[in-house]
Design a binder for this molecule. Sequence first.
Ligand SMILES: [Zn+2]
Length: 423
Amino acid sequence: LTATLTTPGSSPGGSPLARRVIEVCREIAGFSESRSCTTRTFLSPPMHAVHKLLRTWMSGLQMNSHVDSAGNLIGVYSGAGTGGRPCLLIGSHLDTVPDAGAYDGILGVVLGLALIEALDGDSLPFDIEIVGFSEEEGVRFSTPFLGSLAYIGQFDPKLLNLVARDGVSVETAIRQFGLDPAGIPACSLSSRGIGALGYLEFHIEQGPVLEHLNAPVAAVNGIVGQSRYQLSFHGQANHAGTTPMSQRADALAAAAEWILEVERMARAEDGLVATVGRLSVTPDAGNVIPGQADASLDVRHLSDAVRVRAACAILAAAARIANARGLRVGSSLVLDQPAVVCDSSLVKRLERSIAATGLAVHTLSSGAGHDAMILARAVPSAMLFLRSPGGVSHLPAEAVIEADVNVALAVGLHFIRSLETMS
Ligand SMILES: [Zn+2]
């Protein structure tokens, strides 16, 4: 399939369709709240231009499109259907972080439309719905996934009362965009009578693993769970000149010893990541022994059991280290978010589709949250990661390689064709 999509004149391993995907993503990056960079938050004015461009493409592909009351853009490819058929969902988000790159989110929507284009009007025994979620990043209202929550019927009406820094509520933002918040309950898959075969999300990896493996794509087997804690080491502040080394209770030295232990313990467990990202010292003076050190702890793993066990062991290490130094340590749990496991049969299907392109099959877990995490509550879900050059994301330097996009198209087409025999 890779070969059939490749034509002379494109870059090595690329194709006109893959190049078009990149060009469309770059054009959409110009639809921004800022003149100098790409920033596009939930239902801000430039989202109108995104909808217009994508809906024009959809109508050229004989797709019916609409924007639902939560601002999600939806286009349906019906092949030769008469309605009431199962539906494959393909999508990602249309919003961005401030000063964003051109691919996070939007690539998954544009790739979906490119796949419809590659189907070239073929009739399938199921529909394909391409969805561009209105909100995933949580930038405007400090709450993520507003679009996908509405899509699966889990949009809590209280979310309408959230207020952004500019004083605008979610409800007002929806009205200002020309939509009716009262229609949100009717946006859900179940209200619309959609029987979903599954949800597939193409997304840039946003990390360095695929580049390190020299691989263009990987199947995603799940999204890791997170434990976040806040710790305080309590020692004794005192004069840095007059207190002998043997008579100190240095809270920062204890925290430092513990941080190295966190690193050692995380390295010892496959797939575990643990980070102390914040540290503050009291009284924070160059000539005073630190009396207190407050530290954050972030622990992630695809297995909730491994994550919880590791977090407990890390907290026990803090107590042990503090105790040996004559200090006290306290901790509080800030966040306990379970892992989301992708649908194993869809993941296997994706892995077979990768193998069918002649590539080595890699399977990763995602360290970041995605719409697939929300969709998985309602629909069998899977993701395909594309290599992020330099591991860079959430920055203007974010990129994709044309040949990798071409591989993703080939994998996606194989995946769609393989579902024909299933539905
Ligand atoms: Zn994203």
